[in-house]
Design a binder for this molecule. Structure first.
Ligand code: PLP
Length: 420
């Protein structure tokens, strides 16, 4: 509470932005996931990995738009790609060569994506993947994992979510080998697909074990169920996503976040034999439309990003830097002997205010949420923006070694202030 009082007194302009918004937006908000009490910070501008808020404070950004901001703010390469398109017109109402160019990049990088369709968000990518699976298998049910977030219409939790699409949803426990195998066997004839992130991202950076993914691959193949990897966040964790890293190849993959250079983006893909049900020349074609599916800013920014910035070599380097940072953070915590840890892989990690193994969001839920809140406000006061909800930290290409080192020092400071 003290931290919130300090926050409110340091951020009067953000409060004004929030109060104005309250009159026209529910809770003054249009993205529930980034709301927090007493009111969220309002940003004015960003450059590389620096952000400036409405009150003029400067932060080192470790939220990076929840992984969509991998290139940093106002990246000159992305900027040039987009400004070039500004002169050529946009929303031209037809196709361009950009669609196949970006789709080719995906199918070269991600082994499961022989054919690709574009959408406008990760939410659409996962929802269309699931709908496609239901249509091609002619089965109704979808198995996901507790705490699994696949966008605004598809979230798995033991507590029902009235905003979910009305699929028949069955919920398993992440990394639970026996329980999940039994759920699949028991529901096999009704299951169209199993959907999961191969590392839970929004669900607090909890990696799936290779054995768990392999078991799901085997079981789904055995029963004619499609396996969907939601790689909206995790596709950045190697040049070819987690599917390349583990060698477990799903039937369908959904992408989003950074793939459009920081603009609204989503895509899903799979082998021709499944995806070609979307071929409009077929008599049994499934319809899939969207006015902005092929918006030229997203496609141009995405192509420039993959070709010139997030090359396979850059992906490896960024993930190595993330691994080193997480090791440093965990070492500092271990040295201090406090109940805290960072889980994750590569350039994505999340702080948990507890020790011991975390294999599912249920394990993470035991941690003290007040402490996580305190961590957020403390980091903010020290000039670091980490994710308010999940203590999520991720790296962007412009982060330097000095930025990472400064974060480690700030976390050490947080630990020692908790003790005193
Ligand atoms: N899937 C995962 C794993 C996500 O983390 C998100 C967003 O956080 C989505 C899907 C939804 O993407 P979008 O917010 O672009 O709709």
């Amino acid at each position: 509470d003290e931290a919130k009082v300090r926050y409110a007194s340091a951020n009067p302009e953000s409060r004004k932005v929030h109060e104005t918004a309250l009159k026209v937006l529910p809770g003054g908000n249009t993205r529930s996931a980034i709301f927090y009490d007493p009111y969220p910070i309002a940003f004015e501008r960003g450059q590389d990995v620096r952000l400036w808020d409405a009150d003029g404070h400067e932060y080192c950004d470790f939220v990076c738009e929840m992984t969509a901001g991998i290139y940093g703010h106002s990246n000159p390469v992305i900027r040039e790609a987009v400004t070039r398109r500004l002169d050529l017109g946009w929303s031209l109402g037809g196709h361009s060569s950009l669609e196949a160019e970006l789709a080719r990049i995906f199918s070269d990088r991600f082994p499961s994506m022989e054919r690709v369709r574009f959408v406008n968000s990760g939410t659409e990518a996962t929802t269309f993947s699931v709908q496609l699976a239901r249509a091609v298998t002619n089965r109704p049910a979808v198995l996901g994992f507790d705490g699994g977030y696949h966008g605004g219409f598809l979230a798995f939790a033991t507590k029902p979510n009235p905003m979910n699409v009305p699929f028949e949803m069955i919920t398993g426990i992440y990394n639970d080998m026996e329980g999940s195998a039994a759920l699949i066997d028991r529901n096999a004839s009704r299951l169209a697909c199993v959907i999961l992130e191969p590392m839970m991202g929004g669900g607090r950076c909890i990696p799936a074990t290779r054995e768990f993914l392999s078991m799901l691959r085997e079981k789904t193949r055995q029963h004619g169920i499609l396996l969907i990897f939601d790689e909206v966040m995790t596709s950045r964790l190697s040049p070819g996503g987690i599917q390349t890293l583990t060698g477990v190849i799903p039937d369908l993959t959904s992408l989003g976040k950074y793939i459009g250079g920081g603009f609204s983006a989503g895509a899903f893909g799979g082998p021709a034999e499944i995806m070609d049900r979307l071929d409009p020349r077929r008599s049994d074609a499934l319809g899939h439309s969207g006015t902005f599916n092929n918006n030229v800013f997203t496609l141009s920014a995405g192509i420039a990003g993959f070709k010139r910035l997030y090359t396979p070599d850059a992906a490896d380097k960024l993930n190595a830097r993330g691994e080193a940072l997480r090791r440093r953070l965990n070492q500092a915590i271990e040295d201090a002997g406090v109940a805290m840890q960072f889980t994750g892989y590569g350039s994505m990690m999340s702080a948990h205010m507890r020790s011991g193994t975390i294999r599912s969001p249920g394990d993470a839920a035991h941690a003290n949420p007040r402490l996580r809140e305190l961590f957020y406000f403390d980091m903010l006061a020290q000039g670091f923006y980490v994710s308010p909800m999940r203590a999520f930290v991720n790296l962007a290409l412009p982060h330097s070694d000095a930025d990472c080192e400064a974060l480690v020092t700030a976390v050490k400071e947080f630990i020692s202030s908790r003790r005193s």
